[in-house]
Design a protein around this ligand. Structure first.
Ligand SMILES: [Zn+2]
Length: 528
């Protein structure tokens, strides 16, 4: 229960699911924390502190807060522009690969794209101004509080140093924590001085946590915003090529997990013209800090009149003469037929296989995830056959024979019982006459983690069975979408970055408990 991938929604590379951080988010967090550390050191400068305290003593909290070297802070935040621009470009490219085939085209946004950079400069500029402003307000508020409660100048000075870089809410939380920790200390019998020393040291830990929280919130929000901007840019680019059909719409999509916030739940599914604002007043998500929503394009349907002119299949040749089609669309016709055939024959053995797999997962404490998608849809199957035939320079007939995952299952178990479950299920399948070939991908540094079993049923039906931990499953969806995006990208910089990002995502996945080396123990010599 509760695994994030019970989603009833299509996977979307821009939809950030779960708690993991992307490589770009980590980078932006790092950049922000570096700027904070620098700001903190600058406030320690005797000249700076003298200027601040002169205003404090004159009773001017606002001017005192203005003496903090915010311009240096602004400068040291400058690198986030590049990170955000990168996100725009990566997202635009990813999205191009996601567009329906009739819209797809070959443009590539590179990482120095002036549109991406331009947007990132403006957006980062206003973000930095806001971060500055909130931080300045926090300092000024803490000084006001200090003056009001008649703290001595040393105490005010210490408080300023503590809260610089936090927002007002965080600064107040930290000051409350600080006071409470001193009180607790003296109640426990510590001398006032020891209680203060203790509060100072615990306060630093707490402050660091608040810094990280603020950094993470900014990184998540800004990069989600950048990702959506990239997506919208790719639509505009496609539109400039005349590829976006009239009447195209876009649909708001929230991340399908427990982190979906109440604000966005109300927006989920809203459909508007693709060039118009959503009802919350923006062209694209995000809606609020930490928002992980995105929007997808719904291409407009050709008008009914044109539809009626397309003759039924029997007269297809005639239509072709009037409207020359390229080889790809005739491949698609064959691929559609092949996909239907594959699905029809899969349905014969599927019910029994599904029952067997479910039984085994129950028996060994696994969770079946995405069971409703166990048979690939006609369109995704046809598309896969068509694109692999194109990529491998073969043909539809060859590739449809090679489709191993027309039926596929995913079994999930947390790290603790994972190794046992996987080995037991494989063993039991074999004893029931299934031929199982296990590909164990639990290798450190691999972008794909998990076990992937190719299985042939006693009736000869091939299927795929994946074994995941909840975290490797989340990582798989993310890296899979990234992987697909490389296929249509030729820019080596993007390929390299996406590659690194995939490995980075996978790195955060904890390995199962026990000996992963035993997973998929060698196949028995005698196989049925
Ligand atoms: Zn949202």
């Amino acid at each position: 229960m509760g695994y994030v991938l019970k989603a009833k929604k299509p996977n979307d590379p821009l939809l950030i699911v779960g708690n993991g951080l992307t490589a770009n988010e980590k980078k932006l967090i790092r950049q922000y924390l570096e700027a904070l550390r620098k700001l903190n050191l600058e406030v320690d400068d005797p000249d700076v502190i003298r200027r601040i305290m002169a205003e404090v003593l004159a009773g001017n909290p606002l001017s005192a807060a203005n003496q903090v070297p915010w311009s240096g802070f602004t400068q040291s935040l400058a690198p986030i522009v590049t990170t955000m621009a990168t996100q725009v470009a990566i997202s635009a490219n990813l999205n191009l690969t996601k567009l329906p085939s009739k819209i797809k085209y070959e443009a590539v946004f590179n990482l120095t794209d002036p549109r991406a950079i331009g947007w990132a400069q403006v957006r980062a500029g206003s973000t930095i101004r806001q971060v500055n402003e909130y931080s300045r307000q926090a300092v000024s508020k803490i000084i006001q509080d200090g003056l009001r409660s008649k703290l001595d100048p040393d105490q005010v000075q210490a408080a300023i140093k503590r809260v610089v870089g936090l927002d007002s809410r965080q600064a107040t939380a930290l000051e409350n924590f600080y006071k409470k920790t001193i009180e607790d200390g003296t109640l426990k019998g510590l001398s006032y001085q020891s209680a203060v020393a203790r509060a100072e040291s615990l306060g630093v830990t707490y402050r660091n946590r608040l810094w990280s929280q603020r950094a993470e919130r900014i990184a998540r929000t800004e990069l989600a915003e950048a990702a959506n901007q990239g997506r919208f840019m790719s639509w505009m680019e496609a539109d400039a090529q005349g590829l976006i059909p009239p009447n195209s719409k876009k649909r708001w999509m929230t991340a399908p997990d427990e982190r979906t916030c109440p604000i966005c739940r109300g927006m989920d599914g809203e459909i508007v013209d693709w060039e118009k604002d959503f009802s919350m007043g923006k062209l694209m998500p995000t809606a609020h800090p930490n928002c992980r929503c995105t929007a997808v394009l719904i291409p407009g349907e050709p008008s009914a009149v044109i539809e009626e002119k397309i003759p039924p299949t029997g007269e297809y040749e005639g239509y072709k003469l009037n409207q020359p089609r390229n080889a790809t669309s005739s491949d698609r016709g064959q691929a559609d037929v092949a996909a239907n055939n594959l699905r029809d024959s899969a349905r014969v053995s599927e019910p029994k296989i599904t029952r067997d797999v479910i039984d085994l997962s129950k028996q060994h404490g696994g969770d079946m995830v995405g069971l409703e998608y166990r048979i690939k849809t006609q369109s995704s199957l046809a598309e896969k056959i068509q694109t692999t035939a194109r990529d491998n320079a073969t043909n539809v007939a060859v590739e449809s024979r090679n489709m191993k995952d027309v039926i596929r299952y995913t079994m999930v178990k947390p790290e603790a019982g994972y190794v046992d479950m996987t080995n037991s299920v494989v063993r039991d399948l074999r004893s029931q006459g299934y031929k199982v070939t296990v590909i164990n991908n639990w290798k450190p540094g691999s972008p794909y983690l998990g076990v992937n079993a190719q299985v042939i049923s006693p009736t000869g039906q091939m299927f795929e069975l994946q074994f995941h931990t909840p975290k490797s499953l989340v990582s798989k969806t993310k890296t899979h979408d990234l992987y697909k995006s490389i296929r249509n990208t030729r820019d080596p910089i993007i390929i390299d970055r996406i590659d690194k990002e995939m490995v980075e995502i996978a790195k955060s996945v904890p390995f199962p408990k026990g000996d992963v080396g035993t997973l998929g123990d060698p196949m028995p010599k005698i196989q049925k």
